[in-house]
Ligand binder design. Sequence first.
Ligand SMILES: Cc1cc2nc3c(=O)[nH]c(=O)nc-3n(C[C@H](O)[C@H](O)[C@H](O)COP(=O)(O)OP(=O)(O)OC[C@H]3O[C@@H](n4cnc5c(N)ncnc54)[C@H](O)[C@@H]3O)c2cc1C
Ligand SMILES: *[C@@H]1O[C@H](CO)[C@@H](O)[C@H](O)[C@H]1NC(C)=O
Ligand SMILES: *[C@@H]1O[C@H](CO)[C@@H](O)[C@H](O)[C@H]1NC(C)=O
Ligand SMILES: *[C@@H]1O[C@H](CO)[C@@H](O)[C@H](O)[C@H]1NC(C)=O
Length: 341
Amino acid sequence: MAAPKVAVVGAGVIGLSTALCIMEAYPSCSVTVLSDQFSPNTTSDVAAGMLIPHTYPGTPVHMQKQWFKETFACLSAISNSTKVSEAGVHLVSGWQVFKSTPKEELPFWSDVVLGFRPMSKAELQKFPQHLFGQAFTTLKCDCPPYLLWLEKRLKAAGIQMYTRKVADLWELHSEYDIVVNCTGIGAHQLVGDKKLFPVRGQVLKVHAPWVKNFIRDGDGLTYIYPGIHRVTLGGTREKESWSLSPDPDTTKDIFDRCCSLEPSLQEAQDIEVKVGLRPSRQCVRLQREILSQGGLKLLVVHNYGHGAGGFSVHWGTAKEAAHLVGECIAALQGSSSRAEI
Ligand SMILES: Cc1cc2nc3c(=O)[nH]c(=O)nc-3n(C[C@H](O)[C@H](O)[C@H](O)COP(=O)(O)OP(=O)(O)OC[C@H]3O[C@@H](n4cnc5c(N)ncnc54)[C@H](O)[C@@H]3O)c2cc1C
Ligand SMILES: *[C@@H]1O[C@H](CO)[C@@H](O)[C@H](O)[C@H]1NC(C)=O
Ligand SMILES: *[C@@H]1O[C@H](CO)[C@@H](O)[C@H](O)[C@H]1NC(C)=O
Ligand SMILES: *[C@@H]1O[C@H](CO)[C@@H](O)[C@H](O)[C@H]1NC(C)=O
């Protein structure tokens, strides 16, 4: 059989990392990335890119932990190499603070991040409205640089990338053997996965180079995430809202909430407002599917629905998606024609 042709649809953090994993695991495949938007125009570009997992209620915790561990290990190696400045990946230390004691004192990821510990009384003095807190060191991907670096690695490996909106999976049938669906919230619009819904997030990206530590309110709503060049101030979590236009009242509210955690942000400059739609679902859809239509078959691997935590698990889910592509390749090789799969 000729080298299988794989189309990865989507060029956010999930599509790009998945394309890289497929290429590394199956170098004989021909991999193409098709996407209607590329960096800087994806949801992934809006994200802060912090590695703090979000919990998917429909996915076993041990699996989520494995995805996070793999992602942490991979980015930790990058952060400890000479590629740091180009890749935009860096370590960052800080605090997660709570107004009351959290349900679980130890989140499932506490032994994956570095130096996780309860905050001392002295540290908590900075946060008079909060009663309890956790200090740790984690990693952060700065976007767009991180996405551009992934694109560069794909190009260096000879992977083609085309701007194309895929209206229907079947339009790829004659050109590709396997289609990998990394369309994020886009998976809702096409044929329609009704379990997928947007959770709108508005953030501010500001110039405040003196802010070196992250601060996150345990309610997940207010956060300050310093990157290499800009600090991300958040945020909102608005279920089922599709609006991509910034709301000025929300901007003011975010700014005020962040200033109450870190008063020096009053002096922040060059405020840029961004909005993104988190592709939310009870669980990430990481699944192989064989679509049939009039005697034709199409092999599909889904990898979407990462909600509020796509960066935190992207290498783990990309590896699993690549493994599913491997199963598709084996099925193709074991049959004389695609119709027999
Ligand atoms: C404000 C905000 C802050 C966040 N902060 C963090 C954080 O700190 N840490 C973290 O882990 N996560 C964070 N997230 C979540 C994270 O952004 C997402 O989980 C992640 O970006 C999802 O990546 P994706 O590649 O699936 O989606 P996207 O980045 O949306 O990529 C989808 C791609 O598919 C393409 N596409 C869609 N439909 C089609 C189609 N029909 N044809 C062709 N192409 C198509 C799009 O053009 C795009 O390129 C945040 C999200 C928001 C909104
Ligand atoms: C991003 O969107 C802008 C505005 O629509 C467009 O001009 C630009 O070419 C897009 N960038 C990429 C890389 O697609
Ligand atoms: C960092 O890199 C050094 C030198 O290459 C290596 O010895 C060390 O184990 C690495 N540490 C981590 C945490 O990867
Ligand atoms: C992705 O999956 C969704 C849900 O099954 C489907 O509606 C959509 O057509 C798929 N898109 C691509 C490009 O694979």
